[in-house]
Design a protein. Structure first.
Length: 196
């Protein structure tokens, strides 16, 4: 998958997206965020700003108001405003982002755990004795990602320097991003693709 917003020619079949519970808007939002963070890491600020503006417009018009991807879009727009010297407006957007993230609990709890194949007889027997046992681990991971995203927003609001930069977050995104279109991938994008 490309780091740039996905074109119609490169997009996966619509049926595959829908079967996975994704929409073209989900894929486009992710593409805008990755393209913006890539541009930021490479010093192309105007490209990053344009991609973030597109992601914010998409998130506001197509996602639920309590979707953490809306919070990420607001936070990234706040980063643009802060760089332009609009600190009061940037702070207001970060406040909005925190409110969205704090209301995202039901959205996060509704995420479907990723289906994974099990590699050993032990895992197969464990799953047959305790159906949904692996879902517990996936839900714990979702909770940890949600806490990480919320903590990053709070640190930005407090004016604290992030522990990592855009390039490090992109590297982590590429390492941890599932190949398939999972619900967890939406949350991972929301938690990791937040600008400085």
């Amino acid at each position: 998958m490309s780091d740039a917003p996905t074109s119609a020619a490169d997009a996966p079949p619509l049926r595959a997206l829908i079967a996975a519970g994704w929409t073209p808007d989900d894929l486009a939002w992710e593409g805008h965020q990755v393209a913006a963070l890539t541009a930021l890491a490479e010093g192309r600020l105007q490209e990053a700003q344009a991609a973030w503006a597109s992601a914010l417009a998409l998130a506001r018009s197509r996602f639920a108001t309590y979707d953490p991807r809306v919070a990420t879009s607001l936070a990234n727009q706040a980063a643009v405003l802060a760089r332009a010297g609009e600190s009061a407006l940037a702070g207001s957007l970060l406040d909005q982002a925190l409110l969205v993230w704090d209301s995202a609990g039901p959205w996060i709890e509704a995420l479907k755990p990723e289906q994974r194949s099990r590699s050993s007889t032990f895992h197969l027997r464990l799953e047959s004795k305790h159906p949904g046992g692996y879902a517990h681990f996936e839900r714990e991971r979702h909770s940890a990602l949600a806490a990480e995203g919320r903590a990053r927003l709070a640190a930005l609001k407090a004016g604290e320097a992030p522990e990592d930069d855009a390039a490090a977050r992109l590297a982590r995104w590429h390492k941890e991003r599932p190949e398939g279109f999972t619900d967890g991938r939406k949350l991972l994008a929301a938690a990791l693709l937040i600008a400085d």
